[in-house]
Design a protein around this ligand. Structure first.
Ligand SMILES: N[C@@H](CCC(=O)N[C@@H](CS)C(=O)NCC(=O)O)C(=O)O
Length: 218
């Protein structure tokens, strides 16, 4: 099997790039990275040469081009079935897929006001009712997954999987923006932030010097 290449943008800001990185690194899948920097005029052109959708992340593997974080992680689960990126149990898998789909299209208020910015010092911003509703929904969803299927470890379905990779960026937002959460939510946040994959990503993010003004809310 050929080696995969993951096309990503700035580690400090690119929340969508972080997702497949987490899934691949935590599943011990060997891959190269291709970096395309946000904010430079060539970004769009460079990405479109690889994928006409014009967005990162993109996965290149065995002659295939797969774009969109969730599509990439579905491909990973199919191509490396022994890594159990989805839960084995069908009911757990259905819940994991539903949670990922909800994350993919939802939590817009939280995402709009609190962009991922890993170097930002931890500081709260004013919360509105819509953001608080997003946070409450996240907590309820994580609690549901953990209660039903989380016995085997600290992650949503026990062992780290696609659902956790999908939520990693929002985990960082809760931390960066010092959003108050319940104790069980905090345990989950700590578990994700303590993974070797996240440490590796964040260390690289902190070395980046580029500023993307629209993601700097202060
Ligand atoms: N649905 C896509 C969204 C990807 C996305 O929004 N990527 C951002 C970077 S984090 C991007 O490439 N933005 C550049 C642009 O839209 O021009 C996914 O999940 O991969």
């Amino acid at each position: 099997m050929g080696k995969a290449t993951l096309v990503i943008a700035n580690k400090n800001y690119s929340s969508w790039s972080l997702r497949p990185f987490m899934a691949m690194a935590m599943a011990d899948i060997d891959f190269d990275e291709k970096f395309i920097r946000f904010g430079e005029p060539r970004f769009g052109r460079a990405v479109r040469k690889i994928s006409k959708a014009g967005q990162v992340p993109v996965l290149l593997h065995n002659g295939l081009t797969i774009w969109d974080s969730l599509a990439i992680m579905e491909y990973l689960a199919e191509t490396w079935p022994d890594r159990n990126l989805w839960p084995k149990n069908k009911a757990a898998r259905a819940l994991a897929r539903s949670a990922c789909a909800e994350m993919h299209t939802g939590f817009k208020s939280l995402r709009d006001v609190c962009p991922m910015n890993l170097r930002r010092p931890q500081r709260a911003v004013a919360m509105n009712a819509a953001i608080l509703a997003d946070v409450a929904r996240l907590e309820a969803l994580w609690r549901q997954c953990r209660k039903a299927h989380g016995k085997g470890g600290p992650f949503l379905f026990g062992k780290f999987g696609i659902a956790d990779a999908m939520f990693t960026p929002v985990v960082t937002r809760l931390e960066t923006f010092d959003i108050k959460v319940a104790e069980d939510t905090q345990h989950y946040i700590n578990a994700v932030l303590a993974t070797p994959a996240f440490h590796e990503w964040k260390a690289a993010a902190l070395k980046e010097k580029w500023i993307v003004a629209e993601d700097e809310v202060d």
